[in-house]
Design a binder for this molecule. Sequence first.
Ligand SMILES: *Cc1c(COP(=O)(O)O)cnc(C)c1O
Length: 433
Amino acid sequence: MLYNSTNRSVSGISLQQTVVKGLADDKGLFMPNQINKLPHSFFETIDTLTFHEIAYVVANAFFGDDIEADALKRIVTGALDFDIPLIKVNDSCYSLELFHGPTLAFKDVGARFMSRLLAYFIQKQSQSDVKVLVATSGDTGSAVANGFLGVPGIQVFVLYPKGLVSTIQEVQFTTLGQNITALEVDGTFDDCQRLVKSAFMDSELNDRLNLTSANSINVARFLPQSFYYFYAYAQLKKVGKADNMVIAVPSGNFGNLTAGLFAKRMGLPVKRFIAANNRNDIFLHYLNTGKYEPRKSVATIANAMDVGDPSNFARILDLYDGSHEAIKHDISGFAYTDEQIANSIRTCWQSHNYLLDPHGACAYQALQDGLEANEVGVFLETAHPAKFKEIVENIIGTEVPVPEKLQAFMKGKKSTVSMNSDFESFKTYLKTV
Ligand SMILES: *Cc1c(COP(=O)(O)O)cnc(C)c1O
């Protein structure tokens, strides 16, 4: 399969180049040049397959030409070695818990898939060492660092704003050692992101080093997220509820939702999607007006969705040939203030005894507000509520226990490299590592 850029001046790029580069040279995002439809028989029997079997069929449709079957199976099963339970909240509302991976955030799946894919190319010796740069305001850094930990031939640099991430987030990428280096930047998240972007644009650095991004702009990070949309359908089909399935997705950079749109294109019988946002409602504004007007992001309690210019919007437009009507046909939207998010967490806890995190809460609420009578809704629960312990405890007035997996990180020893926010010093540093 070959890949094209959403900006249309780059085409015919191999999977390997797509993954190693992250972004196309014309600054567009890579899209596969075709989306293969899966056969009816697959959907008829999907409820008899395991998660690994389903994921392999989907992965094979995209990556099957580029990776041998055995290797692809290993990559898929290695990336998905944890449960993704579908929990019934009430008769028409289910939670797909995507947070049972090593860092308790849904980005674990994509990060682990991408690291294994890169390792495969390095192992085949068709690729030499790769340096992954990732700027984080918290959750991406931990998922990427843990996903790539110990993978030979890959070095990861996590840039994060000093003093501006929570302790529980910080320990998840500063205590790992091995091939993971945490760069503690004296600045804001925007400074971190600017340093990473400047590095990708710097021709001298790119001549010397294979620099790539592990954000959802990378095909290998976002595409594997389509697996769990198929899995949600399979699980609903088992209980006879898969007709008229609607999926609500808590969205920031829209990588996750885009993966769902790919699943629909592949034939998954999902009726429609709901994009759930916090106050950063650029996408909702687009749905309402047809105008895409990026804005500076505002801080909310669902902070992984504080995005003012969602990078995957370009992919959504590309997928629908720029048609606002067609996009509106498949996706509706809702946006919530912090106060509304808090109310959803409290109400769901009190009436269903189900504890939401602030991100999943947006998607849960979007189903309450947007589901029609004959539909069954699934919302994606993207993070464990204990990752937002203080916020959630204040809302429900009950202690939220921290799972063993998170506690284990707290015992590690923090090690970071201090960095100012000036590009020249970052560049000098990268040339020495
Ligand atoms: C990254 C993230 C999101 C948003 O996902 P996108 O693919 O960027 O839209 C939602 N919830 C949590 C917990 C996240 O970490």
